[in-house]
Design a protein around this ligand. Structure first.
Ligand SMILES: [Cu+2]
Length: 286
């Protein structure tokens, strides 16, 4: 006996496609706003900086777009489980192949093209706002207006140090930033390629030797943020982290004063502030 193709099985004459699409539209209409409203605010990296908040919005948009796609997969999965079961004791057969369905092919190409082009346009627009916390190289394209303080991030195996060229060029092991302030970060390295990642601030910029990689971030309220190296850089890469702090303007100026006093006696032994450094080879371990 020839096996009956599955798609021909429904005896009530209903269109499976129409049912699936209706169920998908209903489920998506309910799930998408719920995901945007309830899950969106929980998405990383948080709201510690303007750039971080912007990234939360970007992540919410992407999650919102992806929700109907996930809904379609689940709706079809459940529908197929309920409707396309092999009959008990019957032979396991595949449905008839679907070929040359112009409607489905055009819909597929239009929907995927529009989605991808929208995301490309949206992503470009968001990047051009202020660089979105990413390293833009030595000649940044997306430069936010207004007053900024400069901080240089110097990576080396296996720690970050920070220099403050606007405050006499002192160097510190701590990254301390004033609240509600635009900061221009100049990220560089003394040895191999590292990556400066200030998670809660939404900043990630590669640290390359002999490159001044510029990133912008606008701090918000006082708080702590994590700094990690995000590029495998050798044996102790996993230990290349510390915490940074956003503090009030008064606390920042008090901290700057204390660091300047601490740095003064050793200042003459350190190179002057430069955009990049080419250190003399250092003999290690001997
Ligand atoms: Cu590393």
């Amino acid at each position: 006996m020839a096996a009956e193709p599955m798609a021909a099985r429904p005896s009530d004459g209903v269109s499976h496609g129409r049912r699936v699409i209706t169920a998908w539209l209903v489920v998506s209409a309910i799930a998408t706003p719920l995901v945007v409203v309830l899950v969106g605010p929980l998405l990383p990296p948080g709201n510690a900086s303007t750039q971080a908040s912007q990234q939360v919005i970007d992540n919410t948009v992407i999650t919102g777009i992806v929700t109907p796609v996930v809904c379609l997969i689940f709706v079809f999965f459940v529908y197929a489980l309920l409707n396309f079961r092999a009959p008990k004791g019957g032979a396991l057969v595949d449905g008839p192949p679907l070929r040359n369905h112009a409607g489905i092919q055009i819909a597929w190409m239009v929907i995927t093209s529009v989605t991808v082009l929208f995301l490309a346009g949206f992503g470009t627009y968001e990047l051009l706002q202020n660089g979105a916390g990413g390293g833009q190289g030595p000649s940044p394209v997306a430069v936010p207006g207004g007053k900024k303080i400069a901080v240089q991030v110097i990576a080396q195996q296996w720690e970050f140090t920070y220099r403050y060229p606007g405050f006499g060029g002192f160097e510190s092991h701590e990254l301390v930033l004033p609240e509600d302030t635009y900061v221009v970060l100049h990220v560089t390295s003394l040895d191999v390629v590292h990556s400066f990642w200030a998670y809660e601030l939404g900043v990630k910029a590669d640290a390359n030797p002999r490159v001044d990689n510029v990133a912008f971030v606008r701090t918000k309220a006082p708080g702590m943020f994590q700094v990690r190296c995000a590029e495998l850089c050798g044996l102790w890469h996993g230990y290349m982290y510390n915490n940074g702090h956003v503090v009030s303007a008064d606390q920042f100026h008090a901290w700057v004063k204390s660091q300047q006093a601490l740095y003064k006696p050793i200042a003459k032994y350190l190179p002057g502030f430069r955009r990049e450094y080419l250190p003399a080879p250092v003999r290690r371990g001997g």
